[in-house]
Design a protein around this ligand. Structure first.
Ligand code: ACM
Length: 707
C-alpha cells in the first residue's frame, strides 16, 4: 500500500494528556529489548561510538578551573575561548583560557595533538574527579568534544542567566567519531526571511548536536535573499516579498551580513552551502531581471504559496545566453563570499521544462560553478542531465520511490538517482518523509505540510542512510555506501504560519521565524543529527527516546521552544493511560482503517493521530479499561483465542471489551484482554499489519506507547 492511502484520510486535531508532577529528572534508563545495544551511562545525543562510565565522583568546576589548551594553534585556543564563554552565563565563572605544554590539575584540558587516526572530527574525552581531557587531531575534533562535554554537565548550564548549583562533569571515558562527514541542516530563508541574529542562533542550536553544514536556500519564487552588486534589482525588487508578506525593504543579506554568517558558522566549525535555485523556483529573479523572461518583461514579485510556477526562459539561444550570463554573474559573487567547497544550484521541481531546457540550465549553472573552483551540489533531479563527476546530489525522495524500485514503473526520482550514480555523483540523504522538518509531526501540528506524510520523531530517527535509496526491505540501495556523504535535515518555510492546513487569512498567526524553527526542529533535528553521526549499531529508538527526553530540560534552559512530542518520556511529566490517546508500537498506531462497522478488524498504520487512531481509554469499576475509537465510537474487542483478530464493536461492557493495562519497561504498556489474558500484539510494524491477541513473549510488538 502506498502513503497516499494515509494522506487521503480525514484528520482532526487532538490534545495529548500529560500531567506535570513535581518530579526531578530521572537518569536515563537503558532499554531491555533483547536486540538493543548496550545501555549508555549518560543521556548523550548523538550517541558516541564508545562510552564507558568511570567510577567515583565527577569533576567539579570551580571559578579557579583553567581551560588549558596544549597548543599555540589559534583555532584550538579559539575552542577554549568558546568553551569559557559558553559556560560563563549559567555558572557565573570567567574561566581562564591558558596555553600550556603539560596538562595542569583542576583543568579542562584541550589537546589538539591527538593521533591522526581520530580524523578531523573524532575525539576522546576522559573525565574523572581530577579533571577533563579532550584530545583530538586538530581544533575541529576538540569542538565536537566540547559539545559532548556540555551534555555531561547539568542541564542548567545551558541557561543564559546565572544559576545556582554545582557544576560537576559526569565521570566517563568516550571515544567518538562521525559515521558521515556531511551532517547538514537547510534553512529556507527565501520563503521566510531569517534575520542574521536568528541564523546565528540556529547555527548554535545545530552545532550543539555536531551538525557541520548550514545549507542556506537563498533564492526561490518568494524571495531573493543575497545582494549581488552587479544586479541590484535582485534585492531591490526580488527581496520585497516572502510567503504571505509584501513590502520588505531589508529582507536580504548584504555581502557583509553573509560574511558575518559565514564567519560565525566557521567559528562553530560549520560550512555554509549557498543555494541559488533554478531553473524553477525563480520568480524572484524573473521579477527582477526582465531578460530572464521569454517576453523580456519582468514578472510581478510573488508572495503566494504555490510551487512549480516558474522557469527561466531557455527556449532560444538569446535567452539561454541571458541565463548563462546571469548565472555567471551571480555565482561569481556568491563563490567569492563563500569559503566552503560547494555551490548548490537547485534543479528541483521544473514541471514545465523540456529535457533540452533543463540540460541548458544545468550546463550553464555547472560551468559557472566549476569555473569558480567550486563543487556542484544540487537536488537529485540534476542527475537527469550531464553533470561533472564528483557532484554532490541531495536525495529528497520518499517511500513511494523506494516501492517503485525494480518495477516496470520506476519513479523519475529512481531514474535520476541511478543516472547520478552512473555519473560518479556523491549523495546527501534528505528523504522528505524522514528529514523534512517542515512536515507536520502529526495532525495537531499547527505549522507545515504533510504531502510526504506526517513525520513524528520516531520517523525522523528510524531510518538508515545506507538503505534509504533501496527497496522497502532494505536491499538494493541505489547509492553505494561509499558514495554516501551524509545526511541533511531541511527546514522549508513556505507554511510557517498557524493553521497551515489551509491558506492564511488576515488574522492568521505568523510566528517569529525562530519560534517556527525551534518547534519544527526540536526534537527532530537532534534525531537526524544522530542518524548522521552515530554508528547504525549504536542506534535504537527505545534507547534514543530515553536519551532524547533528557535533552528537554537543556532546551528549556536554553530558551528553545521545542515540541514536547508524545512518546518521549520527558522528565517531570507522566502520561496516564486514562484519557484520549494514540496507542503505538514501532512507529505504527492501532486504528480501524476508517471503518465504522461492527466486527471490522483493527490494524496498524503509520502514526498520524487522526480520528481513526484516537482512542478514549476509560477505567472501569473492576480496574480494567475500555478503549473507544473516536471515528467509529466503537470499542476494541478481543475475539476467540490466541492469534484471533482484535475487532471493534458497539460498546457493550462485556469482558471481551475489557483490557488490563499494566506498565512494561520504558513507559510502555502491556494491554491484555481481561477475558483471555492474551496480549494485544501487532503482526509487524508495517502499514496494514493486523492486531491480534497472543501469549506475551515480551516482543516489542506487544509493548505499546499510550500517549
Ligand atoms: C524540494 O523539496 N523541492 C527540494
Amino acid at each position: 500500500m502506498s502513503w497516499s492511502h494515509r494522506r487521503g484520510r480525514i484528520l482532526v486535531a487532538l490534545t495529548t494528556v500529560a500531567f506535570t508532577l513535581p518530579l526531578t529528572a530521572t537518569a536515563s534508563q537503558a532499554t531491555t529489548a533483547p536486540s538493543s545495544p548496550a545501555p549508555a551511562p549518560y543521556a548523550l545525543v548523538p550517541q558516541p561510538v564508545s562510552e564507558q562510565a568511570v567510577g567515583g565522583p565527577g569533576f567539579a568546576l570551580t571559578p579557579q578551573t583553567r581551560i588549558s589548551v596544549l597548543s599555540r594553534d589559534s583555532q584550538a585556543i579559539g575552542v577554549g575561548t568558546y568553551l569559557s564563554k559558553l559556560l560563563a552565563p549559567a555558572t557565573g565563572y570567567d574561566l581562564r583560557v591558558v596555553k600550556d605544554t603539560r596538562a595542569p590539575k583542576n583543568a579542562v584540558v584541550l589537546d589538539p595533538n591527538g593521533p591522526k587516526n581520530l580524523g578531523a572530527e573524532g575525539y576522546t574525552l576522559t573525565s574523572d574527579k581530577n579533571g577533563v581531557v579532550i584530545r583530538a587531531h586538530g581544533a575541529e575534533g576538540l569542538f565536537r568534544g566540547v559539545q559532548t562535554l556540555r551534555q555531561l554537565l547539568p542541564a542548567a548550564v545551558e541557561s543564559r542567566t546565572r544559576q545556582t548549583g554545582s557544576w560537576t562533569v559526569s565521570p566517563v571515558q568516550i571515544s567518538d567519531s562521525p559515521r558521515y562527514e556531511y551532517r547538514g541542516v537547510m534553512l529556507d530563508v527565501a520563503r521566510r526571511f531569517f534575520p542574521v541574529d536568528q541564523v546565528k542562533r540556529y547555527i548554535d542550536e545545530a552545532a550543539a548536536y555536531k551538525i557541520n553544514t548550514l545549507h542556506l536556500h537563498l533564492t526561490d519564487d518568494q524571495g531573493w535573499r543575497i545582494a549581488i552588486d552587479a544586479l541590484p534589482d535582485l534585492t531591490r525588487i526580488g527581496a520585497t516579498t516572502q510567503s504571505g508578506f509584501t513590502g520588505g525593504t531589508d529582507w536580504y543579506y548584504t555581502a557583509a551580513d553573509y560574511k558575518e554568517i559565514v564567519a560565525y558558522a566557521s567559528s562553530r566549525f560549520m560550512t555554509v552551502v549557498p543555494e541559488i535555485d533554478g531553473p524553477g523556483h525563480t520568480d524572484a529573479a524573473l521579477a527582477s531581471v526582465p531578460g530572464l523572461n521569454c517576453d523580456n518583461k519582468a514578472k510581478a514579485p510573488y508572495s503566494g504559496f504555490d510551487v512549480g510556477i516558474s522557469l527561466y526562459c531557455l527556449e532560444d539561444g538569446t535567452h539561454t545566453g541571458n541565463v548563462r550570463r546571469f548565472l555567471n554573474t551571480v555565482i561569481k559573487e556568491v563563490a567569492k563570499l563563500t569559503p566552503g567547497p560547494y555551490i548548490h544550484i537547485g534543479g528541483d521541481e521544473t514541471p514545465d521544462a523540456t529535457p533540452e531546457e533543463y540540460a541548458a540550465y544545468v550546463k550553464a549553472a555547472t560551468a559557472a560553478t566549476v569555473g569558480r573552483g567550486k563543487t556542484v551540489m544540487a537536488w537529485h533531479q540534476l542527475g537527469q542531465a550531464p553533470i561533472p563527476a564528483g557532484s554532490l546530489l541531495q536525495y529528497w525522495g520518499e517511500d513511494d520511490d523506494r516501492e517503485s524500485i525494480g518495477t516496470s514503473e520506476e519513479s523519475d526520482s529512481v531514474r535520476f538517482v541511478r543516472n547520478g550514480v552512473a555519473q560518479d555523483a556523491k549523495f546527501v540523504m534528505s528523504p522528505s518523509d524522514h528529514a523534512y522538518l517542515d512536515m507536520k509531526y502529526d495532525v495537531s501540528t499547527p505549522y507545515g505540510l504533510s504531502w510526504s506524510g506526517y513525520v513524528p520523531v520516531q520517523r525522523s530517527y528510524d531510518w538508515d542512510p545506507a538503505t534509504i535509496t533501496g527497496k522497502m526491505d532494505g536491499t538494493g540501495s541505489l547509492v553505494p555506501a561509499k558514495k554516501i556523504a551524509g545526511v541533511e535535515a531541511a527546514l522549508w518555510a513556505d507554511r510557517a504560519y498557524e493553521g497551515s492546513g489551509s491558506l492564511p487569512t488576515p488574522n492568521t498567526n505568523w510566528p517569529a521565524p525562530q519560534a517556527y524553527a525551534d518547534y519544527m526542529s526540536f526534537p527532530r533535528l537532534p534525531a537526524l543529527a544522530e542518524v548522521g553521526w552515530s554508528p547504525q549499531s549504536a542506534r535504537d529508538w527505545n534507547g534514543f527516546r530515553q536519551r532524547l527526553a533528557q535533552q528537554g530540560p537543556r532546551w528549556t534552559a536554553a530558551g528553545i521552544g521545542y515540541f514536547a512530542a508524545p512518546g518521549i518520556p520527558w522528565p517531570g511529566t507522566v502520561t496516564t493511560v486514562e484519557g484520549v490517546h494514540a496507542i503505538e508500537t514501532g512507529g505504527v498506531a492501532l486504528e480501524n482503517g476508517g471503518s465504522t462497522s461492527d466486527g471490522s478488524e483493527l490494524l496498524l498504520w503509520a502514526t498520524n493521530r487522526g480520528d481513526n487512531q484516537t482512542w478514549t481509554i476509560a477505567r472501569q469499576s473492576d480496574g480494567t479499561y475500555t478503549m473507544t475509537n473516536k471515528r467509529s465510537g466503537k470499542c476494541a474487542e478481543a475475539t476467540g483465542g490466541a492469534g484471533a483478530a482484535v475487532v471493534q464493536r458497539a460498546c457493550n461492557g462485556q469482558t471481551g471489551q475489557r483490557w488490563k493495562i499494566t506498565p512494561g519497561d520504558n513507559d510502555q504498556q502491556i494491554i491484555a484482554s481481561a477475558g483471555s489474558g492474551l496480549v494485544l500484539t501487532a503482526a509487524s510494524a508495517a502499514n496494514g499489519a493486523k492486531a491480534t491477541q497472543q501469549p506475551d513473549t515480551g516482543s516489542a510488538l506487544q509493548r505499546w506507547s499510550v500517549d
